[in-house]
Design a protein around this ligand. Structure first.
Ligand code: UGA
Length: 483
């Protein structure tokens, strides 16, 4: 099949690479010349500067100039075309609605080119990135406006999680296709031929509107589930010292109807999708005069979760951040990515700066470079100038008064020894990801430990107890981080 992929970001680039692995002729198109140049080079570091996904660079270099072509001009590849996948970003507007300007620009450009085709072969235009319900219909109207002949529209949402885009594309759990005609389904069946009638991969053909709605339902349900654990499980464990989060998880999720994914507490879910999609769905339903109370509550719980540990530190640990130095471990929205979009760290930094911290010593294995472009204001750097970036966790912790763990990077797990050998109590460890399984040893030495989903363990109190009556920190809190 001859395919164009429009937009080569987190969605489009892995999709283009994997489509080319199937043996299709794929033209990956983007208006960003620097990006296209980097991809064309086939060099891993240059590709990963834009999209950092395991296996992606290898998949590109394997197929480049054989099945996979990169271009900033598609005017000469529209003849003989079978399908176009639209993978444009749709960031949120202030009112929560999706900003479709990139999408619409691309759609008009495409319509203009397709209207001038000579061969008039049937072509299907497929929305791959998350777009509001009704966008396939909008695309159809644009094509009609330009007089494009023999064209169909379809929705084929992607369900990939960042960090797993290549593996997830090779072995998806489902392919959801929404189209209007048998002719269009036939084209899409050829695109995804290895998944039709697959024993394990669900292959669903439905209407474009249903496919669009499936994507919003899936993402907002996942966020609802995470928020239930944060907003109910976490709150319970933070209220009663003897609730063990790990046991709570086992006990609840042993019911085969209840998912283990999402059943751990954290300092909020971030990323480019959950927050944007739930706001967009709220907007879409509001536009239709429908109630959105549940979605609104989920959104609020998740946002609250991202910075509430700073408030807990003030109210429960009696910690005054004013003029203090805080080490911040983890800037990315989750491990194994450099992506900081909607990351909890953004809220944590905002909250710490608002409480007058003297400085923030940050470390992230991948995201520090991006952070420096986000937290930078050449005109007025009195706030962001307080953030320094460090080569590793130990260096970030040096000279700090408190530590905040915000991302679940594996290397932060069991960091207690590093803490002990770098800073002395009194010292507050705020654990937004439950990364310290041996926190009891830390507390025994006088460090204060404030975990998400657990009560404050106060090192000084622990040390004041006579040796034979010391309570076990394990009993009061939890035994393991839950990840
Ligand atoms: C999410 C969905 O998981 C994908 O199915 C969807 O296709 C994608 O959005 C999208 O719409 O493109 P992603 O944003 O890559 O994928 O990230 P997730 O792995 O789902 O994590 C989202 C956030 O939730 C992260 O901050 C993560 O740390 C957090 N999280 C995850 C929790 O706080 N608790 C959990 O139990 C699981």
């Amino acid at each position: 099949m001859k395919i164009i992929v429009v937009g080569t970001g987190f969605v489009g680039l892995p999709h283009a690479a994997v489509l080319s692995e199937y043996g299709h002729e794929v033209h990956a198109y983007d208006i960003d010349e620097a990006r296209i140049k980097a991809y064309k080079s086939g060099e891993r570091t240059r590709i990963e500067r834009y999209v950092n996904e395991p296996g992606l660079a290898a998949a590109i270099s394997e197929n480049i100039n054989r099945y996979l072509f990169f271009t900033t001009d598609i005017s000469n590849v529209v003849e003989g075309l079978d399908a176009v996948f639209l993978c444009l970003n749709t960031p949120p507007n202030r009112d929560g609605s999706s900003d479709l300007s990139y999408y619409l620009n691309a759609a008009h450009h495409l319509a203009d080119l397709l209207a001038k085709r000579q061969d008039k072969k049937r072509v299907v235009l497929v929305n791959k990135s998350t777009v509001p319900v009704g966008t396939a219909r909008l695309l159809e109207n644009i094509m009609r406006e330009y007089g494009v002949e023999n064209v169909g529209v379809a929705a084929n949402p992607e369900f990939l999680a960042q960090g797993n885009a290549i593996e997830g594309s090779r072995r998806p759990d489902r392919i959801v296709l929404g189209a209007d005609t048998e002719e269009d389904f036939q084209i899409l069946r050829r695109v995804y031929s290895q998944f039709v009638n697959h024993v394990r991969i669900r292959y669903l053909e439905t209407t474009p509107e249903t496919a669009e709605a499936i994507k919003y339902m899936a993402n907002t349900l996942l966020l609802t589930y995470i928020s239930f654990w944060n907003g109910v499980g976490g709150r319970l464990a933070e209220s009663y010292g003897n609730i063990r989060m790990e046991d709570l998880k086992i006990g609840v999720t042993s019911d085969s109807r209840i998912s283990t994914w999402g059943s751990y507490v954290s300092n909020g879910a971030g990323g480019s999708c959950f927050g944007k999609d739930i706001q967009s769905l709220i907007y879409q339903l509001n536009q239709n005069g429908r109630s959105t109370d549940l979605l609104q509550a989920v959104y609020n719980i998740n946002e609250y979760q991202k910075s509430y540990l700073v408030d807990r530190a003030i109210h429960e640990a009696d910690f005054n951040f004013n003029q203090k130095t805080v080490a911040l471990l983890g800037l990315a929205f989750k491990k194994r990515t450099n992506d900081m979009r909607d990351s909890a760290a953004l809220k944590v930094v905002e909250s710490l700066l608002a409480r007058g911290v003297h400085s923030i010593r940050a470390y992230d294995p991948l995201a520090a470079e991006d952070a420096q472009t986000i937290w930078f204001n050449p005109e007025d750097n009195h706030l962001f100038g307080r953030i320094s970036y460090h080569a590793n966790a130990k260096e970030a912790i040096q000279g700090s008064d408190a530590l905040f763990i915000s991302t679940d990077w594996e290397e932060f797990r069991g960091l207690s020894r590093t803490i002990e050998t770098t800073v002395q109590p009194p010292y507050l460890v705020i654990d937004g990801r439950r990364m310290l399984p041996d926190f009891d040893a830390l507390v025994a030495q006088g460090y204060d430990y404030l975990p998400v989903g657990g009560v404050l363990l106060c090192g000084a109190q622990y040390q004041k107890q006579p040796a034979n009556s010391q309570p076990s920190a394990k009993v009061v809190g939890e035994t393991k981080p839950i990840a």
